[in-house]
Write a protein that binds this ligand. Structure first.
Ligand SMILES: [Zn+2]
Length: 146
């Protein structure tokens, strides 16, 4: 079981659905992508990455743009990963920057955070949410052994 499985509220939130609607080129089918971010702390990073990539698509030939869509947004090793069906060197640069930025932003609240380990999982959390998450995961581990 991954850390992601242990987090409550693993779902597509209204805010992320609305984000997808803002970028119809990147999200042509609202059902054809998944998000596994349990919180909205990285919303701004994701929005910024989509804005940069969408701007690039506006300058590309239409037949190429049609093949470039977001498939999945998730947390991996405690930082943000955005997967697209196809990429360009520019898009890979945007994704890489988003990943690096996310490892300094609390995935719960969006304030400054750092990569932390919770049991054997990694998460980027601020000084407020780190102890809260630690306590919650500990409590769940105790409940599971009952
Ligand atoms: Zn936080």
């Amino acid at each position: 079981m991954s850390y992601t499985d242990k987090i409550h509220g693993l779902k597509m939130t209204d805010k992320f659905q609305a984000l997808a609607k803002q970028y119809p080129r990147l999200f042509p089918d609202p059902e054809a992508w998944t998000i596994e971010c349990h919180h909205e702390g990285w919303y701004k990073v994701i929005d910024d990455a989509m804005d940069l990539i969408d701007g690039e698509l506006q300058c590309m030939p239409e037949e190429l743009v049609a093949g470039i869509q977001v498939h999945q947004i998730k947390s991996k090793f405690g930082s943000l990963r955005i997967y697209l069906s196809q990429t360009t060197p520019y898009i890979r640069g945007c994704l890489s920057m988003a990943e690096r930025c996310s490892s300094h932003i609390c995935e719960i609240c969006g304030n400054e955070g750092s990569l932390r380990s919770i049991q054997s999982w990694m998460a980027t959390l601020c000084y407020v949410h780190y102890p809260i998450e630690l306590a919650r995961v500990d409590k769940e581990a105790i409940n599971q052994t009952k």
